[in-house]
Design a protein around this ligand. Structure first.
Ligand SMILES: Nc1nc2c(ncn2[C@@H]2O[C@H](COP(=O)(O)OP(=O)(O)OP(=O)(O)O)[C@@H](O)[C@H]2O)c(=O)[nH]1
Length: 399
């Protein structure tokens, strides 16, 4: 489920701070640096040089500290851990820079030719415009600058309207400019904030989508496992743990196809317990079950060739599918199984052939042609088994 989320205030502030420092750092510092150089150039002929240089050095140190602070905050990502602290330091830095420019203007108005005063005003307006463009992601950062740079100049000009003919105009125009800039900064700031919030929401949603995709992938894997387990269960005989008739049909078809392609031999051994009905009747059905389980273990021990499959074909009938197996090899497997069963000496109280459990086996080997079907192969093995039964049981007959 995807929810419409709204960016938490702290995260919004962190994102704004990062944007401001990434994009505003170089531009703000460069604009102020150019301003300092311009002031030194303009004031040079009219001021006491050591004081001017001292002022320039102080402002440069402040700019350098501001730049270092921003670089540091970006590297250590302190705007994430303590955004409020970074916010206030940036706002204070901005206010201090504004004060530098308003005081420089007042100084020029009081001590320097009027042309220099106007050039200063132009310079400060330019720096303010640059500041607006690059630092407005934090509105207060820009407003702190505006109210310490242009705002004091406006009021100073109005108060000293008699000193210069244009002071009144400058004061009034600057008040209007300040009001306009406040409106514009508010408008740009809102756009930025929406952009950041939208971006955050998009990232949050894509993160959630990623989580959803992962959990869907997990569920899919679980379903596939469950399906595989179900298929396995459907192919397994519950009593003996061997493959069942369903598996025999599937494997036999596959092995016939493979042997047909490879032109190789395929052997089948059909096994039946002798006088098993009598055994059940004498010792009970559950004793019969135990015998079937013991025999299935022996069959697995008797098979050793790669790809051989032992399965319970039904009732007390078992089957061994032996790929790439010659008649001689199949006969060896059947003989080994017969010996193992006899060696086990499982008492049979009512067998006409032995005092112990015995089995009869029908063996058939084919090199499948284009026509051979699994059923035909089973029938041939069944006929051989029938022969073995007819020959007195506890025997192996080859079909
Ligand atoms: N205990 C037990 N008996 C089973 C199971 N499945 C089939 N049988 C029994 O196996 C016996 C098979 O008997 P028949 O097919 O008459 O053959 P037989 O008595 O073994 O005689 P021959 O095969 O001719 O030697 C039946 O009594 C079935 O009830 C099983 O899962 N457990």
């Amino acid at each position: 489920m995807i929810y419409q989320r709204h960016i938490p205030r702290e995260e919004l502030l962190s994102a704004q701070l990062e944007l401001l420092m990434q994009h505003g750092r170089v531009a703000t510092i460069s604009a102020n640096l150019v301003g300092v150089i311009a002031v030194i150039g303009l004031f040079w002929p009219f001021s006491y040089l050591p004081y001017l240089l001292l002022w320039g050095a102080a402002v440069l140190i402040m700019l350098l500290l501001r730049s270092l602070f921003m670089s540091n905050a970006l590297v250590e990502r302190s705007f994430n851990s303590s955004p409020k602290a970074v916010y206030w330091q940036l706002v204070i830095g901005s206010a201090l820079t504004g004060l530098v420019w308003s005081s420089a203007y007042v100084y020029s108005a009081l001590n320097l030719p009027v042309t220099i005063q106007y050039v200063m005003l132009l310079l400060i307006v330019l720096i303010t415009a640059i500041s607006l463009a690059v630092t407005v992601t934090i509105r207060e950062h820009f407003l702190a600058y505006l109210f310490t740079a242009l705002w004091p100049i406006a009021w100073w000009s109005l108060v000293h309207y008699r000193d210069e003919p244009y002071n009144l105009t400058i004061g009034l125009v600057l008040l209007v400019v300040c009001a306009l800039l406040m409106m514009v900064s508010n408008w740009i700031y809102r756009s930025f904030r929406n952009m950041i919030a939208l971006n955050w929401e998009r990232e949050a949603m894509s993160r959630e989508l990623g989580d959803l995709t992962n959990s869907l992938r997990d569920r899919n894997r679980q379903l596939q496992d469950a399906r595989r387990q179900l298929t396995d269960l459907a192919n397994i005989d519950e009593l003996t743990g061997l493959g069942n008739r369903r598996l025999v049909n599937k494997v036999l078809q596959e092995e016939i196809n493979r042997a047909r392609r490879a032109g190789s031999e395929l052997s089948l051994i059909l096994i039946d317990v002798d006088y098993f009905k009598n055994y059940n009747d004498s010792l009970g059905h559950s004793a019969g079950d135990t015998v079937l389980q013991e025999l299935s273990d022996l069959m697995q021990r008797a098979t050793s060739r790669a790809g051989e499959v032992v399965a319970r074909y039904g009732g007390e009938e078992f089957i061994i599918i032996s790929p790439n197996s010659s008649p001689a090899a199949a006969m060896r497997t059947a003989s080994r199984l017969q010996s193992l069963v006899l060696d086990e000496r499982i008492p049979h109280p009512n067998s006409e052939v032995s005092d112990y459990i015995t089995i009869s086996q029908g063996v058939v080997t084919v090199t499948p042609d284009g026509e051979l079907q699994p059923g035909e192969l089973i029938n041939r093995a069944d006929e051989a088994l029938y022969e073995a039964k007819g020959a007195g049981r506890n025997t192996i007959s080859v079909g």
